[in-house]
Design a protein around this ligand. Sequence first.
Ligand code: GLN
Length: 547
Amino acid sequence: MAKYIFVTGGVTSSLGKGIIAASLAKLLQSRGLKVTIQKFDPYINVDPGTLNPYEHGECYVTDDGAETDLDLGHYERFLNTPTSQANNVTTGRIYQTVINKEREGAYLGKTVQVVPHITDEIKRRMLQLGTTGDYDIVITEIGGTVGDIESLPFIEAVRQIQWELPEEDCLVVHLTLIPYLKAAKELKTKPTQHSVRMLSQEGVHPDIIVCRTEHPLSSDLKRKIALFCNVKPNAVIESADANSIYEVPLKMLEEGLDIIALKQLQLNGYAAPDLALWRGFLAKLQHPKTKVKIGLIGKYLELQDAYKSILEAFVHAGAENQCKVQVVNVHSEYINHNNVAEKLKDLDGLLVAPGFGSRGVEGKIIAVKYARENGLPFFGICLGMQMAVIEYARNVLGWPNANSTEMETSTPYPVIDLMEAQKQIKNKGGTMRLGSYPCEILEHSLAAGIYASTSITERHRHRWEFNNKYLADFEKAGMIASGKNPQTELVEIVEIPSHPFFIGVQYHPELKSTVERPHPLFVGFIKAAKEYAAQKEGIDSSVLSKD
Ligand code: GLN
């Protein structure tokens, strides 16, 4: 049987519960424990797959095809182990299960109620991963903020689990904010006291309080928080702002968060933390030798969370290359033929992002053309790959109206078309081609070199595909399909061998990049951008030396 740690949040949202949960998990894992993290979200959508990225940031996809909260991405990036459908549960999914059971007659004769039926289903799912035998510790992050109406059933479930399990099998960590009042030059503990009181009123008393703060907490202040929130002084943990989320585990180690957790859970005889790989990564991250500018061409750029995994994959790949990756946001809606050179001329690489719908696609196509014609390293992901295919059809094959049927159903050249399996589908939720599929890579291709393998698996989230009817035309004209699904022949990777680095992938490599295993495609792309930058520099300096 596993032990359970619950992470709740108070005072305000966006305090970084996911990062604290992942950091604690990393420390426990580094001491030899088997740890997983799950997230319970209080909203009614069955999963975040139907949410606009502006609403909820990126939708993270697991190997088993679950569309999940972006915090699962942090869990995987920190722990380097895959999550699954079971690791993300929403109120919608809980109710769906209970209502389906009611229709089947599972509660015949009974009134179905929030307590006990909804809370029982929450508890069943909270405890589920711990009964598989795969984990010593299951960390559960409760989405939302304590005091929200919609998170009440989750807090009630935590209360019941705490009551049912032996004391040493359960631990509650509460994350709060200690605001700094500039006028008074003081850190204020009252909001934390109120949020702990609110949690206590709901029946749950925290064992550890993690305090997000912009200024260090004095030991007096920690004592005060401890006294008024009724925890031991060493159970008040400071979580000061960090330069990088990847520094947080080490800060939590310094604060002793893992030790306090282990003591409370009566886990004795644990090993010293082995964080050699983690520290190695941080050292490279903090001491880059070069710098590249990468253009991120997308349309959800107002919200950085919309491209979370891509941005993190750049951090991992940058460290691997000992290179600082400066990501320049270029909004695809504002790119046109007249301004493209001006907007992209300083870049060392171009990534065209995934996306849905027609807004901004013409700008993406113009950006791809610029990269293709100017030898600028190009990396297209999902919609980005589809845009590269359309650009090639229009400007190299000479099919001016070529398009994806997602954007224009009546295009004479549907080079990107709806997958056969998608044509009958009416429901939008959970029906894309989702999760991990194999891909066979052509020997001696750019992709084969990058992966150092010809057989890979990657995660997907799309409905449209490369239209194989046109493949021979593309290959004759110089764009090849270097990766295909072995069963369906679905094109997974396209390349232009005559270009220094031009690759588009139908899948989402960013979802599998972790601190300890940076994704080879991102590593290869940054390497190409570095070479491009060095070459540019060489050319520039030779021009300068002539003067
Ligand atoms: N909209 C495209 C499709 O569904 C691309 C999806 C994506 O970029 N994730 O195929």
